[in-house]
Write a protein that binds this ligand. Structure first.
Ligand code: TYM
Length: 328
């Protein structure tokens, strides 16, 4: 069975971007592939979280993974920092990764702009740690959102280069995977690019119906359609993206026709979007509350997940050490 791995940084609760960009694919893939999902707590250190928050933040994501439908019997869930083997592969991969290519990664450039006083080496080598996360399981598919495409390209480069330097066919080149036919980018509702924690424009999976409605009703719009069949400006297309991911095809068609014949009222559109988001979120929200209070269960799942992940990582690492010339 093909191996699949993916992870999320525990820098806050899961939002619709995480859900539609990644977690929904996780849930589908666990039925058909050999999956592992993890919580990227080392990656979150680039923004210096408080020590007292680290473990609890990981537990929250774990509870939310379960609430979304990940079944740890089918797909182990582990915390990145419980699998120290990753660090050795990270070191090996860093030895073959050039500073020029790391410097060109747009997320690095963005983060460097956002936190000019803390442009650290961890931020710089973020893509090689991510490559180690993936390659340690020799995963072939990685369910992620569109914003991770460049990091995925770096992971493929790491795999290719390792194989080339040592003249082996050891690492498969991991491919991005989307549950729909296209890469998913969930937009922000504030007229900005994507929904994201650092953008502060998220609808969270734990938000109640009232909060969701309020956030959707505040979404940025414009004067409304002026000429029949005109292209939609970005802020309006963003709203239609929500219809595409949360609503039925008929609902999408209904509002699309209304846009095209200039009879669309944004109030109606937003009400529909809020209703359909609530339908997705409500059952997940209920399960989040159940799981969050069950700390023993969460810790057991993480412990068992780490054991399985370590086994898989160690098997890869033994081979890698041998290939490089160390004792395995
Ligand atoms: P992170 O924690 O920023 O996001 C987790 C996942 O959610 C997706 N995502 C989105 N997808 C579509 N639209 C959005 N607005 C949106 N916002 C977030 C992301 O694409 C991602 O799939 N580098 C990763 C974590 C990571 C990882 C890995 C992922 C570390 N190692 C190995 C896969 C494999 C990150 O920062 O994701």
């Amino acid at each position: 069975m093909e191996k699949v791995v993916s992870g999320i940084r525990p820098t806050g609760n899961l939002h619709l971007g995480n859900y539609f960009g990644a977690v929904k694919s996780f849930v589908k893939m666990q039925e058909e592939y050999d999956c592992m999902f993890f919580i990227a707590d080392w990656h979150s250190l680039t923004t210096r979280p408080k020590p007292e928050d680290i473990q609890q933040s990981a537990r929250i994501i774990l509870a939310e993974y379960l609430a979304c439908g990940i079944d740890p019997q089918k797909a182990p869930i582990y915390v990145q920092s419980d699998v120290k083997e990753t660090l050795e592969l990270y070191l090996f991969l860093n030895m073959n990764t050039y500073i020029g290519e790391l410097g060109r990664v747009t997320t690095f450039k963005e983060k460097a702009r956002q936190q000019p006083d803390n442009v650290n080496a961890g931020l710089f080598t973020y893509p090689t740690l991510m490559a180690a996360d993936i390659l340690q399981h020799r995963a072939k598919k990685v369910p992620v959102g569109k914003d991770q495409e460049q990091n995925m390209e770096m992971a493929r480069k790491c795999a290719r280069r390792f194989n080339h330097i040592y003249g082996v066919e050891f690492f498969p080149e991991p491919q991005n995977f989307y549950f729909s036919e296209k890469a998913v980018k969930v937009p922000g509702l504030d007229g900005s690019g994507k929904m994201g924690k650092s953008e502060g424009n998220c609808i969270y999976l734990h938000d109640d119906d009232k909060t969701i409605s309020k956030k959707v009703m505040r979404a940025v719009t414009d004067m409304g359609p002026q000429t029949p069949n005109s292209p939609r400006p970005e802020v309006i297309e963003n709203l239609f993206t929500f219809l595409r991911i949360c609503s039925t095809e008929e609902t999408f068609k209904f509002f699309d026709e209304k846009w095209n014949d200039c009879t669309l009222r944004y109030g109606d559109l937003k009400k529909q979007i809020a209703e359909d988001i609530c339908k997705t979120v409500a059952p997940i929200r209920e399960r989040i509350t159940e799981y969050t209070s069950n700390t023993d269960l969460l810790d057991r799942i993480a412990r068992e997940g780490a054991e399985r992940a370590r086994e898989s990582a160690l098997a890869t690492l033994r081979e890698v050490r041998k290939i490089i010339g160390f004792r395995s």
